[in-house]
Design a binder for this molecule. Structure first.
Ligand code: NDP
Length: 251
């Protein structure tokens, strides 16, 4: 029997990139997947189709995050898809990209980034708590930019610092229910977000050279780590920030 047979999982931002790989991996492990997306319906359908073709189960959940009513929209679709089943695993993966160096920042862009990357995961967790089974899993995707200063993404790094603190404090709050709360920090990972940038700017070569394992990450590299944290094997790990970067910027 697969490790997650009988379990359910919500993966935000599952239409593309790292979120899609997480959804595919948790489905391969047996979980029923709620594949959340913001606007790219075709990509979300592709995620669901790829899971079903591999013999898994998934349904799409549309909700733009960072706008009024986002969590209500998400949970209306989630609860319909779960048809009364509880939730076992919540993966907060969706996030907006850096809005540039401080010289280019605007209050509106800053508020939007925090709304999508911090406020949304926090209130998704709050709304999920009554649905989450005791012994459940909450996993949030951060970034290595919380330990390495990258000036072109200060506000983005601030949002990721916030979710890492959230993970530690929530782990303490939810431990009595056996719910673990952990955070995963990818390094440079090839996704739609940055594939063309990496190729055309030479950043691919530079970032690989800054990585102990001498290559960029692939979404599946991150998905496998999330699957471990979601599994029974990781039952004694909570409040942890797990670096999944291939050893990026080790010095
Ligand atoms: P992508 O841009 O490839 O995918 C982002 C996903 O999040 C999509 O499914 C998108 O939905 C969804 N999303 C984004 N904004 C919103 C929003 N406002 N409302 C609803 N859905 C939204 O991102 P990655 O796969 O590259 O990144 C995934 C996670 O990993 C993020 O948390 C990111 O910060 C983190 N990360 C990524 C790194 C990398 O190098 N790629 C490095 C370190 C961390 P839709 O398809 O509908 O637009």
């Amino acid at each position: 029997m697969a490790k997650l047979t009988g379990k359910t999982a919500l993966v935000t931002g599952a239409s593309r990139g790292i979120g899609r790989a997480i959804a595919q991996r948790l489905a391969a492990d047996g979980a029923l997947i709620a594949a959340h997306y913001g606007s790219d319906e075709a990509a979300a359908k592709d995620t669901v189709a790829s899971i079903e073709q591999a013999g898994g189960r998934a349904f799409p959940v549309r909700a733009e995050l960072g706008v009024d009513g986002d969590v209500d929209t998400l949970f209306a679709a989630l609860e319909e898809g779960l048809s009364g089943q509880p939730l076992d695993i919540l993966v907060n993966n969706a996030a907006g990209p850096s809005d540039g160096p401080i010289e280019e920042a605007t209050p509106e862009g800053f508020d939007r980034l925090f709304a999508v990357n911090v406020k949304a995961p926090f209130f998704i967790i709050q709304r999920a708590l009554p649905l989450l089974r005791d012994g459940g899993r909450i996993i949030t995707i951060s970034s290595t930019c919380t330990r390495v200063a990258t000036p072109f993404q200060t506000s983005y790094a601030m949002t990721k610092g916030a979710v890492e603190v959230m993970g530690r404090t929530l782990a303490n709050a939810l431990g009595t229910r056996g719910i673990t709360v952990n955070t995963v920090t990818p390094g440079a990972t090839v996704t739609d977000l940055n594939a063309s940038l990496f190729k055309t700017s030479g950043a691919e070569v530079y970032l690989a050279a800054m990585t102990a394992l001498d290559r960029l990450g692939q979404p599946a590299d991150i998905a496998d780590v999330v699957a471990f944290l979601a599994s029974h094997d990781a039952r004694w790990i909570t409040g942890h920030v797990l670096d999944a970067s291939g050893g990026m910027y080790l010095g």
